[in-house]
Design a protein. Structure first.
Length: 80
């Protein structure tokens, strides 16, 4: 199963069922004037749905994970 970990304002979130390039594209689109809200899951276990506001200057790390051991081509990206 694929999932992406997000580190935002020092807290960790996840986006299940996707990959790093897809999440990075959503972040890029938000910064280009698209929908500024990134849907994520907050917390461990079942977690709770949450939305992160993506704006210029907000530090965010996108960490691509996969249960089959594959690593993403780009592990993380810092938006400044």
């Amino acid at each position: 199963m694929k999932r992406v970990r997000i580190v935002y304002s020092g807290r960790e979130f996840t986006v299940p069922g996707t990959d790093g390039p897809t999440v990075r594209a959503a972040v890029d689109a938000a910064l280009a004037g698209g929908d500024p809200w990134l849907p994520v899951v907050s917390g461990m276990g079942r977690g709770a749905d949450a939305l992160l506001l993506i704006t210029p200057g907000t530090p965010i790390a996108v960490i691509d994970e996969s249960s089959d051991g594959d690593e993403g081509t780009e592990g993380s990206r810092h938006i400044a």
